[in-house]
Design a protein around this ligand. Structure first.
Ligand code: COA
Length: 427
């Protein structure tokens, strides 16, 4: 068997893309920046190239003038580097659960011509690792007509399903540079209070999922005295490391992959990537697996911790838009909210500060005009702010309004009460 990479120059590798092609780009820390730069430099000879990806890191030059004349972006998540493009109308966003994006590729709803990925060099058996971003990369490489890899020795060799044999790579370019990373932000006083409130809901033996944003990590910081926690999530960051080191996270109570930390991607510091490198404790699976409610619910006490932009008085959760502006993506929030509520002893938590940095209440009479509902009011359970915890499940509309107002910022409670009275004719 041939274990040799088909190494070519960057120019040759990106010359495989033709006008009208749909190109998948692997995301998060694995974003193959060199291939992107090479592709973008061909803008004068290309037209109508569609770029599709989840959250990518670094500069998304294909959304910028003059390059954007050749490329259009059709993202399944909106990160900060492409937000402006979606806002201005050059790019667009496909609302979809993370658990179902693979179907767009596998059912040829959005067939892929080329997949750009970043991998580790092959091992002695010819297998490269897809590193820290397996999520929708597996269905992309299984269905794309051509797979082009940026091969980088800095890519952690992760365990689980994220392996690709050199024979499946059509072309490779070589690179030796750090992958994208982030240091954990220090939690603010309010985030810490929210973290402590979340921790009060987490039971020993729970299986945790953490969403994106500052709050999930603040919750982890408050779990130092817990026991036998497990992780089955779509992503994690450095926040889990102290809990793994201290033995709080040991996965002993999990039904699915007992003992293992299961995720489909991770982004963090070099310390996190060193932890993930060649570590059988971390088990990488594609998002179709990690975010499948039928799998999530099999674990005991699944505790899903996600955040929101705003919540209306009936419990509708908006987490991906600010009014009409597409700020983020649906991601896996609903997958885990639903999976957690179906699990034995599970708790689905939405946690957020009571107000924005500008002092606007995040608990509102109505969602902003144009806002999207990420988690419906029929799916929502626990809501946490720095003022406490309420459970909306089983509560009627008026009871929900009362509960939510009790954890709203005190400066806004009176106006929210008036709005509730007006809406429900009693309160
Ligand atoms: N009105 C106006 N602006 C608001 C707002 C509101 N109600 N709530 C938040 N914002 C603004 C903030 O001021 C901030 O603006 P800035 O970027 O200019 O500072 C921005 O929106 C982000 O808010 P922040 O509280 O810092 O967000 P976060 O980093 O904690 O992330 C979500 C929160 C909801 C955006 C994030 O969890 C998300 O993208 N969720 C959707 C996907 C998901 O839940 N996936 C789950 C598994 S990964």
């Amino acid at each position: 068997m041939n274990y040799q990479l088909n190494t070519v120059s960057l120019e040759e590798a990106v010359s495989t893309v033709k006008s009208g092609d749909r190109v998948f780009i692997q995301g998060a820390a694995m974003t193959p920046y060199k291939l992107i730069t090479g592709l973008v430099s061909r803008y004068e000879s290309l037209s109508d190239v569609e770029i599709i990806h989840l959250h990518t890191e670094g500069r998304a030059a294909y959304t910028e003038k003059p390059y954007s004349q050749a490329f259009k972006m059709n993202s399944v998540f909106v990160g900060s580097n492409v937000r402006q493009s979606v806002k201005e109308g050059h790019g667009d966003y496909i609302p979809i659960f993370l658990s179902e994006i693979h179907l767009l590729f596998r059912r040829s709803i959005l067939p892929l011509d080329v997949a750009f990925i970043q991998v580790s060099p092959p091992d002695s058996h010819g297998y490269c690792s897809l590193g820290t971003s397996i999520d929708i990369t597996i269905p992309a490489i299984q269905t794309a007509k051509l797979v082009i890899a940026q091969v980088n020795p800095r890519v952690p060799r992760t365990h689980g399903d994220g392996f690709i044999h050199v024979s499946e790579l059509d072309f490779a370019i070589e690179e030796d540079a750090p992958i994208y990373g982030h240091e954990l932000p220090v939690a603010s006083e309010i985030e810490n209070k929210i973290g402590a409130n979340i921790a009060s809901l987490v039971e020993n033996g729970a299986t945790l999922q953490m969403g994106i944003g500052a709050i999930p990590n603040a919750a982890l910081e408050n779990l130092g005295s817990h026991k036998n926690l497990g992780i089955h999530t779509e992503m994690f960051s450095d926040g889990i490391l102290p809990l793994v080191e201290s033995g709080v996270i040991n996965g002993s109570q999990k039904e699915v992959k007992t003992g293992k930390i299961v995720t489909c991607f991770a982004v963090g510091s070099q310390k996190l990537y060193d932890f993930m490198d060649n570590n059988p404790l971390v088990h990488m699976k594609e998002a179709a697996y990690t975010n499948d409610t039928a799998i999530i619910r099999r674990n005991p006490k699944v505790t899903a911790i996600n955040s929101a932009i705003e919540i209306d008085l009936t419990g509708q959760v908006c987490a991906d838009t600010i009014g009409q502006m597409q700020f983020s993506g649906v991601g896996g929030q609903m997958d885990f909210i639903r999976g957690a509520s179906l699990s034995e002893g599970g708790k689905a938590i939405i946690a957020m500060p009571s107000v924005t940095k500008k002092g606007i209440s995040k608990i509102t009479p109505f969602l902003k005009e144009g806002a999207g509902v990420t988690t419906t009011r029929a799916h929502v359970h626990y809501i946490v702010t720095e003022y406490g915890v309420v459970n909306l499940y089983g509560k009627n509309l008026k009871q929900r309004a009362k509960a939510l107002i009790s954890i709203a910022h005190p400066d806004h409670r009176e106006s929210l009460e008036k709005a509730a009275f007006k809406r429900f004719n009693s309160y």
